[in-house]
Design a protein around this ligand. Structure first.
Ligand code: AMP
Length: 290
């Protein structure tokens, strides 16, 4: 009898495919080199990867040809198949927003003013839903790419497209009016997987979660005089309380904690120094299992 295997669909080109492979690699799943092939089997895990066009992925998973996929939430919600699929994890990368934008200098200053106007978009289903919910009647022109050029070509008054850094909008003399959907990469499975696939999926998720949990965390070790400990502890959040180890030098300790690398990270480091921490080491964390 054939051993059960989990089939995972990934983007062949898109922005998410490469980062998805990096997560698998960090989770210890060994993928052989696969130049130009569309299907590859992991060496050390019952997993087969299928490389597909983004727009085909939801259908392939809902049709049973694959069991799971890594996809942008925008692509999932734009698909006719999203009801047959289940988003079970957000993966903290591929963050972007679906936004309505108009040309600089346009008389349209709010979404309400889009009534009876023409909007070009890469996401007609999400846009239609938004317009319906906000009682705005507008004409939608679906486009597969280069949406930002539509107003300049005179075929649309506004656009609705994915924005990441905002530089494409800026380069095309457009500005954002409203975000209608925020998106990131998600791990998505077909509903009602059979029990043997579910067991593989559970093992797979344990590994993937450990990598995603670790993605923004840093291991931080510093030395300090014991009298500085209360002030340092107040700055450190940590997974639990920090680990304290005595140093050979009398009254000195090493303090080990885990710090999230968020917008406040460097501010925290500055505060630690001011509180008496020195020799601060910042190291990556590979995996965290809660
Ligand atoms: P940016 O200039 O960084 O705002 O990126 C905007 C351009 O990249 C637009 O043409 C978008 O269609 C495309 N884009 C941005 N984020 C994504 C994403 N997560 N997935 C696919 N395309 C994206």
């Amino acid at each position: 009898m054939n051993q059960p295997i989990l089939r995972l669909a990934l983007q062949k080109n898109g922005r998410l495919g490469q980062k998805s492979l990096v997560i698998l690699e960090k989770a210890g799943i060994d993928i052989p080199d696969f130049d130009r092939v569309l299907k590859v089997r992991a060496r050390n895990f019952p997993l087969e990867l299928l490389f597909l066009r983004t727009s085909d992925i939801p259908e392939v998973v809902s049709d049973d040809a694959a069991d799971a996929c890594i996809l942008g939430q925008n692509s999932l919600m734009e698909s006719m198949h999203y009801l047959e699929l289940q988003e079970i994890r957000q993966l903290k990368f591929g963050k972007c927003r679906l936004a309505i934008a108009v040309p600089n200098g346009s008389a349209i200053a709010s979404v309400k003013q889009l009534h009876k106007k023409i909007i070009a978009t890469s996401h007609p289903i999400l846009l239609q839903k938004y317009l319906y919910q906000h009682h705005i009647e507008a004409e939608i022109i679906p486009m597969n790419g280069s949406v930002e050029i539509a107003p300049e070509l005179g075929i649309a008054d506004a656009i609705c497209d994915l924005v990441s850094s905002g530089s494409t909008l800026h380069a095309n003399n457009l500005h954002e009016l409203e975000t209608i959907f925020s998106s990131e990469a998600a791990f998505v499975v077909r509903k009602n997987l059979d029990a043997s696939k579910q067991a593989i999926l559970d093992e797979f998720l344990l590994r993937i979660d450990s990598v995603v949990n670790a993605s923004r965390l840093k291991s931080v070790i510093m030395n300090a005089h014991t009298t500085s400990l209360p002030a340092i502890e107040a700055i450190l959040p940590g997974l639990d309380s920090p680990t304290i180890t005595p140093l050979a030098k009398p009254d000195w300790i090493a303090i080990h904690s885990v710090v999230e690398e968020d917008e406040d990270f460097w501010n925290k480091i500055r505060k630690l120094k001011a509180a008496g921490a020195c020799g601060i080491l910042v190291m990556p964390i590979e995996r965290v299992i809660y």
